[in-house]
Design a protein around this ligand. Structure first.
Ligand code: NAP
Length: 470
């Protein structure tokens, strides 16, 4: 598939294969762009700013609704392509499409709500006699750099609010899974003037880095790993940066919890998208009083998952993004076992597949839970009481989301107050997200928030206008 720059399809001499992780088939190729191509995209995005900013909010909103309709019509085709390039079960791809449509709709609505406010300057010293108000002004050019795991919805979480508040966009999709994003940008380009949305494929370390350092890009909206995020924050200079980074989310099960509900939380949270979810359940912190019963029930439910062809509607566990990623998960689990952890079920790899794995007796210093393990693994850490559970939950450099299972009012409130995370859910696992809620982590999980209204805040600047009426 070609890149889209200034409304034109641009190819290149160097190409990279996009491979189906399930069977190794080459689905398509995309250009490996270099700096000159990124420069062209920056120039086209800057050139298109006026055409977008001259449009009324009414028109921008309607056009976003029109794109939404087109995406609805092509829902099945997009989901099929998503399963091919990511290896996720088709049922999960359809959910990602539904969420993408919803995200776009929220942005279309938000385009009509970009308000400023009046400011009482007379409340400050010497401010009497002014009439003052703020305006939310677009930043200019937003570069959206996104990861492979939810390529479409996570990219729409950047493009759609950016356009809603009249920024032009350059998208750098993930090299492993760029196709659904590129196809979506074609839909946008049918509605908006050339150059409003541009795609640049190629390696993050070259074109991504170039966008980050360019003085002609006004904002970097990045979702990906902590390592890349840190690099971006060091290089971005004066431009605004939003970083949605990795997570190591806890699911806390206290002694009074509804165990069946907590088990459902782990199944939905640790194995979704083969565990490749930023807000996936990555550490299960269980009170020792109920840990045996919880482990037994979790094993029974885990063994019901069906590993297979992602395009088969009965498949509930697909592949990881590639074999290398699956080997990494396998090694991390094997190391934990050598250090004393015990596999209750799973633990085997076949190519890019890794079995849904429950592993008990995990200690907090094992790599498996110190770092973000991006695979279908449910590690159980045993603790005693709510105090120890909170300590364990906070014993990480990450702080994206958290889930706590308890029916005790005091414990619920104590966990909600003391767990250091962008979101704490009571009786729901951390993988839950609605696309309008403020989303973004504490600690190394990131800087800034997404969730359309909150993304718009981060993609505009506030201008004050004061009229001296004296
Ligand atoms: P990644 O390796 O950091 O890559 C993310 C994007 O950054 C890709 O498009 C990549 O391009 C690009 N990139 C790489 N090096 C770059 C550089 N030096 N400058 C600019 N861009 C660069 O992350 P990933 O492995 O794709 O995704 C998994 C990670 O994302 C996990 O840690 C996960 O938790 C996190 N994540 C966070 C959220 C959230 O909302 N908080 C959501 C989903 C995922 P290439 O593909 O060409 O390398």
């Amino acid at each position: 598939m070609d890149m889209l720059i200034g409304g034109k399809h641009i190819s290149g001499d160097d190409l990279v294969d996009v491979t189906n992780p399930y069977n190794g088939d080459i689905i398509d190729t995309v250009p490996i762009a270099h700096r000159q191509t990124a420069d062209l995209a920056i120039s086209e995005a800057n050139g298109a700013k006026d055409s977008l900013q001259e449009m009324s909010a009414f028109k921008v909103s309607n056009k976003l609704f029109d794109v939404c309709e087109k995406l609805k019509q092509d829902r099945e085709d997009f989901a099929h392509l998503l399963s091919l390039e990511v290896g996720k079960p088709i049922a999960e791809s359809l959910v990602e499409l539904d969420r993408s449509i919803e995200t776009l709709k929220l942005a279309a609505e938000e385009a009509k709500r970009i308000y400023g406010e009046t400011v009482p300057l007379d409340a400050g010293l010497n401010g009497k006699g002014f009439f003052a108000f703020t305006q939310k002004v677009p930043l200019g050019v937003v570069a959206a750099i996104t990861p492979f795991n939810y390529p479409l919805n996570l990219t729409i979480h950047k493009i759609a609010p950016a356009i809603a508040c009249k920024n032009t966009v350059i998208v750098k999709p993930p090299t492993e899974a760029p196709l659904t994003v590129m196809k979506f940008c074609e839909l946008l380009n049918e509605e908006f003037p050339d150059g409003v949305v541009n795609t640049v494929t190629g390696y993050g370390s070259e074109v991504g880095d170039y966008l980050v350092t360019s003085p002609d890009v006004n904002k970097i909206s990045f979702t990906g790993s902590v390592t890349t995020g840190l690099m971006i924050s060091q290089k971005a200079g004066m431009k605004k940066v939003t970083l949605e980074l990795g997570g190591n989310d806890p699911l806390v099960v206290l002694a009074d919890a509804d165990i069946d509900n907590a088990v459902r939380g782990v199944i939905n949270g640790a194995f979704l998208n083969a565990g490749q979810v930023c807000m996936g359940v990555k550490r299960i912190i269980v009170d020792e009083e109920i840990a045996d019963e919880f482990g037994e029930k979790l094993v029974l439910e885990t063994e019901k998952l069906v590993m297979g062809n992602p395009l088969d509607s009965t498949t509930t566990l697909g592949t990881l993004i590639n074999e290398k990623a699956a080997i990494q998960v396998e090694n991390t689990v094997n190391n934990a076992v050598e250090e004393g952890a015990k596999i209750l079920t799973g633990g085997n790899r076949d190519g890019a597949f890794y079995q849904a794995t429950v592993i008990d007796n995990v200690s907090q210093d094992m790599d498996l839970v110190v770092n973000e393990t991006f695979g279908p693994v449910a590690p159980i850490i045993r603790v005693k009481g709510v105090g120890e559970a909170i300590e364990a939950a906070n014993n990480t450099e990450y702080g994206l989301q958290a889930g706590v299972y308890t029916n005790d009012y005091y414990s619920a409130m104590k966990c909600a107050n003391e767990i250091e995370a962008g979101t704490v859910f009571i009786n729901k696992q951390s993988t839950f997200r609605t696309d309008n809620m403020p989303f973004g982590g504490f600690k190394n999980s990131g800087v800034g928030k997404e969730g359309i209204k909150y993304a718009v805040e981060e993609m505009t600047k506030t201008k004050l206008i004061g009229l001296n009426l004296r």
